[in-house]
Ligand binder design. Structure first.
Ligand SMILES: O=C(O)CCC(=O)C(=O)O
Ligand SMILES: [Fe+2]
Length: 285
């Protein structure tokens, strides 16, 4: 347990962990993710969907078994990273309890279209533009989980307003994030914003209640592998945790015992949901 890490998370709303993965492991994960991304751009094993990936900026469920047909040895590499002792200890420090797996994602640069991301708080989703409802969410909602973004190549694509997770917007922030039907929300003048500079192998996490955005520029290579966890005491079934492929016989067999042990509570928690198929959740891989 690192008290400074916890303090920074609680007070600043974000952390950067230098060299979470060493260069060798980072390079291996990059190779694996590059291959998965190339496949995702032409077809999606989880749904049989095809195409459309050129301007995509994120993809989910890199741990789907359909991505490992040619390289079965890459599956344990990826799963070992998700269950890595240092990663789990970092999450445990922040959450104050054992983390439960939620999902894997990759953020990447688009190939053609460039865009600065829109400033937002994740609390605004589902609040339907009702500021009072969002304020209540913000006051009540202690972040349920952690999204750890591991840079596979150097990246400065995340911007965050430190400490903004603990309060509502200042007038200047509001003018950018929400005013006028959000038409200024890609502004480059957000007061107090910092970029989180990452070398390959470094990781960042931020409380998504705070003001943040990404950057999606075709000429700025971005490959960040995001490992997402919830509190074990607050599991949440939705598109992200809908991973029925974990029910395939022998799915966890290729994994070393410690990694398998990390995923077993995930399977135990969501099994009953996966056994009753949810086509509406499967539609958007
Ligand atoms: O990293 C990014 O590009 C932004 C992602 C984001 O907004 C989020 O994870 O809530
Ligand atoms: Fe967000």
């Amino acid at each position: 347990m690192n008290p400074e890490l916890k303090r920074q998370w609680d007070e600043e709303g974000y952390i950067v962990v230098k060299r979470l993965f060493d260069p060798e492991r980072t390079a291996k994960l990059r190779l694996i993710c590059e291959n998965i991304l190339a496949r995702w751009r032409v077809d999606r094993p989880a749904t049989g969907e095809s195409g459309t990936g050129i301007d995509g900026t994120s993809m989910r469920h890199l741990n789907h078994p359909g991505y490992f047909g040619k390289h079965p040895e890459w599956f344990p590499e990826l799963m070992n990273a998700v269950a890595d002792a240092k990663v789990i200890e970092t999450c445990r420090t922040i959450l104050g309890e054992q983390p439960l797996f939620r999902c894997t994602s990759l953020f990447m640069n688009p190939i053609v279209k460039s865009e600065d991301g829109n400033w937002h708080r994740d609390t605004q989703f589902g609040a339907q533009g009702d500021d009072e409802a969002e304020k209540k969410k913000l006051a009540r909602f202690e972040s349920n989980g952690i999204q750890l973004q591991v840079a596979l190549v150097p990246s400065e694509d995340i911007e965050y307003v430190p400490r903004s997770h603990l309060r509502w917007d200042t007038p200047a922030e509001y003018a950018i994030r929400l005013a006028d039907g959000q038409k200024h929300n890609r502004s480059n003048r957000m007061p107090g914003a910092v970029r989180l500079p990452l070398e390959a192998g470094d990781a960042a996490a931020f409380n998504p209640n705070g003001l943040h955005r990404g950057r999606y520029h075709a000429d700025k290579l971005r490959r960040t592998l995001m490992l997402t966890y919830t509190r074990t005491s607050m599991p949440y079934f939705d598109f992200f945790s809908n991973q029925p492929w974990f029910l395939q016989p022998g799915h966890l067999d290729p994994l070393p015992p410690a990694t398998r042990a990390f995923f077993e509570p995930f399977v135990a928690e969501y099994r009953r949901h996966w056994e009753a198929p949810k086509p509406e959740l499967a539609a958007a891989y």
